[in-house]
Design a protein around this ligand. Structure first.
Ligand code: SF4
Length: 337
């Protein structure tokens, strides 16, 4: 049994305060995320604590994180459950269903991560890791002590206090910014846009290395004008935040046809006018990293084959490089605001 944090007893049940869904739980019931449940004795438990449902050694580029130890592997784990209900979920079998999984305590996780050749750390991914809060907060200090990174691939949908605590533990995040339309978040994902925007800002301000992913879903969030407002907002925060613009394929409850490659190219062009690092995803197109000043190729990518063409912390032209790596282990993204 693993006691959860961020809840309070009310006259009507246990109120979970971890995420803005604010589930009210009766004894024996779990919240919307499936992972947190109220017990008969009036406490809340994280049922998925140390329960591993998916584990792989992935290229860091697969998260996607393109500016963190390019070309290196990262031990990637996930559990079950999610606090969103996206119609187009790409991992619905684990995000929308309970699983037993296999046990991996934080200490065992560190030992496993250390045993993997060239491994840079642990990525909490596949399902939503925010709802794995206690497991991540227990594991991350041990990973840091062992010289390993903690990475999250997240929807960015937690309340401010737990989010701030996670930001102190996590080195790098890829955060989904699924749309810049509040109705989209409400009706398609079951969440709130403002929370996600606030948490992106908070993570950047806290010094977490942040990359953002925007999945373009046919007919749902493929309006170029709306996307332009998203780009403007992100560029205003920092034009050095990498943006991954990914092609959607039909999954789960969504059957609209895959995003047209030409539309992804158009989105990349629009974003590239304001942001220094824009990458198309789930598509055959150039994903190289160019120096924003002299345009020399710093990293050449062919699927997950990565050729690193730089050394040190500056480009040959003198431009500061944007990578967390062996030369610059604690890069902080420079903010415009
Ligand atoms: S973390 Fe889970 S139980 Fe808590 S409010 Fe969010 S969805 Fe509900």
């Amino acid at each position: 049994m693993n006691k959860a944090r961020f809840y309070e007893q009310t006259d009507n049940g246990l109120l979970c305060l971890l995420c803005p869904n604010h589930c009210l739980l009766q004894p024996g019931k779990t919240g919307r995320c499936l992972s947190r449940g109220a017990t008969e004795d009036g406490s809340m438990q994280l049922h998925s604590y140390s329960r591993i449902v998916a584990a792989n050694v992935d290229p860091i580029e697969k998260k996607p994180l393109y500016h963190v130890f390019p070309g290196r592997p990262i031990y990637s784990i996930g559990s079950y459950g999610c606090n969103f209900r996206c119609r187009f979920c790409q991992n619905a079998d684990i995000s929308q269903h309970k699983h037993v999984g296999s046990e991996l305590t934080p200490k065992q996780l560190v030992a496993e991560a250390k045993s993997i050749k060239d491994n840079i750390g642990v990525a909490f991914t596949y399902n939503e890791p925010g709802i794995w809060f206690e497991y991540i907060c227990d594991s991350a200090p041990l990973l840091r002590q062992a010289g390993l990174l903690t990475v999250m691939v997240t929807n960015g949908y937690l309340n401010p206090e737990p989010w701030a605590e996670l930001c102190r533990h996590v080195d790098a995040m890829n955060i989904d910014l699924k749309s810049f339309n509040a109705d989209f978040y409400k009706n398609i994902c079951g969440g709130q846009l403002e929370t996600v925007k606030n948490n992106i800002v908070a993570a950047v301000k806290a010094g977490v290395h942040v990359e953002v992913t925007h999945l373009v879903v046919t007919a749902l969030n493929d309006d170029i004008g709306e996307f332009s407002t998203l780009v403007d907002w992100l560029a205003n925060l920092s034009d050095r935040i990498p943006l991954h613009i990914s092609r959607y394929f039909p999954r789960h409850l969504e059957s609209a046809p895959p995003t047209k490659p030409a539309l992804i190219a158009k989105f990349v062009e629009v974003a590239g006018k304001k942001l220094k690092f824009v990458y198309p995803g789930n598509i055959s197109a150039s994903q190289d990293t160019l120096c924003p000043a002299c345009k020399s190729v710093l990293i050449k990518r062919n699927a997950y084959n990565v050729l690193v063409n730089y050394r040190g912390t500056t480009c040959q032209c003198g431009e500061k490089l944007p990578f967390i790596d062996e030369y610059n282990p604690r890069l902080k993204i420079e903010r415009n605001t």
